[in-house]
Design a protein around this ligand. Structure first.
Ligand code: AVJ
Ligand code: FE
Length: 446
């Protein structure tokens, strides 16, 4: 069963599916919190992030607001703490100074909320005519909220100093690719979705977009490729950088991707507390939008637009149809994509041939988020649902769109229509990029 077929389920089937998703996300949250000691749970590891304990209680608080109070119509459990866990009241940097619930109270609170939610789930009428509950949407939204915070918590783990506490098997091996780039013929894409029951407001509605022919990289840019830019003086030469990008290079003294180190004549990277030799065949990660943009210019290319990214991920040139995923309509399995924190990093390029699109573009879903050149803006016909603070208040040119999900993103989130966004200076997220370019005239004639 997967989320796009929810409307085919009986109420009992839907209840069971929602219950499994809630349980799965909570297991991950608890694992991320339980992996560290009390001190590391409550302290702030970076000004960019909340203390892990804030994410934990915020997950419970959002679940209480939407599922206990709104969907269930039940009495509040802890109205007094709403303000502490409202992301708009206190910036991340200030959160460690708040009178937050401690670890014992937090665990008790989220469990109490969950008990009530399971009771609400037992009694909810999915066909009661409430849009919020239709196909279990509010439950799906809260599962995705928890999974999104689990990715944020994993990013906090990456920023934490100290001995490693997380472990996972390595991702599958990479392979040599037949072609570094793919010519995409262009056409009309049905962008976004009006039919995925758990798609969030900014992915809606589906709308036709004409995309001109373009060329896109088969796989994300690798550490080996990016190293050429670094050692070739890319960070010393303003010609590759936008004005804002060059200002950021100077302001933040950027010399290479975050978590790279050059020691004793060799390149290393720091991953969840382990120092490892820089794997040249892995996609470059922890670069900001400006670094992605500069590399692309240096390589004689550019970043893809959000439309081009989604066209590469969903367009089937044989039928002209827009697919759910690059490989077809089935939900992602471990053979298709590196998702769900199964591995603790992106797989080497070429590791997922079964995840290729019909045009032969690979690793679009999973491994790492990909910066696009697009600002975060609403689709035509956008309607904020069920609250303005998920998407609406963020629309505008300050945010750049990222697509595809990372190794840290759960399957319940990683739709090919899912839109992520962040400031162009951010590097702590699990993000990299691939390049695109306009086709040369002779490529179009061929
Ligand atoms: C969509 C990942 C940008 O983490 O700020 C979490 C998701 N919204 N809680 C974020 C979100 C509210 C959001 N991103
Ligand atoms: Fe949140």
């Amino acid at each position: 069963m997967s989320q796009h077929q929810l409307s085919d389920l009986s109420d009992e089937g839907l209840r069971a599916f929602v219950g499994e998703q809630l349980e799965r996300s909570r297991r991950r949250t608890a694992r991320l919190a339980d992996a560290v000691d009390t001190d590391d749970l409550i302290k702030q590891h970076s000004k960019l992030m909340s203390p892990l304990i804030w994410d934990y209680a915020h997950i419970g608080n959002q679940e209480e607001l939407w599922l206990v109070r709104d969907v269930g119509g039940r009495e509040p459990l802890r109205q007094d703490i709403d303000e502490l866990y409202d992301a708009f009241m206190h910036p991340r940097a200030d959160r460690p100074t708040l009178p937050l619930l401690g670890p014992v109270e937090t665990r008790a609170y989220v469990e109490e909320v969950r008990d009530k939610v399971l009771d609400v789930l037992d009694h909810v009428k999915f066909d009661g005519g409430r849009e919020l509950v239709d196909n279990g949407f509010a439950f799906g939204m809260i599962v995705q909220h928890e999974q999104q915070h689990d990715e944020t918590m994993l990013a906090t783990h990456q920023l934490r100093r100290g001995v490693p506490v997380l472990d996972a098997p390595p991702p599958p091996a990479g392979r040599r690719l037949a072609a570094p780039e793919v010519l995409v013929p262009g056409g009309v894409l049905e962008m976004g979705t009006s039919v995925e029951p758990w798609a969030l407001d900014n992915e809606r509605p589906a709308h036709a977009v004409r995309v001109a022919p373009y060329v896109i990289d088969t796989v994300p840019v690798s550490n080996g490729d990016y190293l050429q830019f670094v050692t070739g003086g890319g960070y010393q030469d303003p010609q590759w950088w936008s004005e804002a990008g060059w200002a950021q290079v100077q302001k933040a003294s950027l010399t290479g991707p975050r978590f790279w180190e050059f020691v004793d004549g060799e390149w290393w990277q720091l991953r969840f507390g382990k120092r490892e030799q820089l794997p040249l065949d892995e996609p470059v990660m922890h670069v900001c939008f400006y670094e992605a943009e500069a590399y692309a210019k240096w390589a004689g290319k550019r970043l893809p637009t959000e439309e081009e990214w989604e066209f590469a991920a969903r367009f089937d040139p044989a039928t002209g149809r827009t697919r759910r995923f690059p490989w077809g309509d089935e939900s992602p399995g471990p053979q298709h994509a590196n998702l769900g924190q199964r591995h603790l990093g992106p797989a080497p390029v070429g590791a997922y041939p079964a995840g290729a699109s019909p045009l032969g573009v690979e690793q679009l879903i999973g491994d790492l988020w990909e910066w696009t050149s697009s600002d975060f803006s609403p689709y035509p016909g956008f309607r904020a649902f069920p609250y303005d603070e998920y998407s609406l208040v963020f629309f505008g040119p300050e945010y750049k769109i990222l697509r595809g999900g990372s190794f840290a993103t759960d399957e319940v989130v990683a739709r090919s229509t899912f839109r992520n966004w962040d400031y162009p200076i951010r590097r702590q997220i699990f993000a990299g990029f691939r390049c695109a370019r306009d086709p040369r005239p002779e490529e179009l004639r061929a």
